[in-house]
Design a protein around this ligand. Structure first.
Ligand SMILES: [Zn+2]
Length: 110
């Protein structure tokens, strides 16, 4: 493996993250009219991230259920509660819960 390989790989990963962002917008657009399409986009986001070994941006990851591949929309199929200083996101479709800390942790990472 040479430097060129890594550069190419990096570009592909950058492109994958861009694609994830586009897919997320599409998923949001389709949510009301075509929920099944919206889920399809959400599952594409997950498979793209896995295939390209990229991280899904956290602002997007929060709104996708990794259990049932649904796009999560607050007030529709997502409940957000704050419990003991954590934000708990619960998918109403499959009941999966995700816990997030407050911003403190993020700041430490930079
Ligand atoms: Zn779910």
């Amino acid at each position: 493996m040479n430097r060129k390989y890594f550069k190419q790989r990096f570009k592909e990963q950058e492109a994958a993250v861009d694609r994830i962002k586009v897919l997320f917008d599409l998923a949001k657009q389709e949510f009301n009219k075509h929920p099944e399409r919206s889920s399809h986009y959400a599952s594409l986001i997950i498979s793209t991230a896995k295939k390209m070994k990229v991280r899904i941006p956290s602002r997007i990851k929060r709104f996708i259920c990794m259990e049932c591949n649904s796009l999560l929309v607050p007030g529709k199929n997502l409940i957000v509660r704050s419990i003991d200083g954590f934000m708990v996101y619960q998918c109403l479709k499959c009941g999966n819960k995700k816990k997030y800390g407050y911003l403190k942790e993020k700041k430490l990472k930079g």
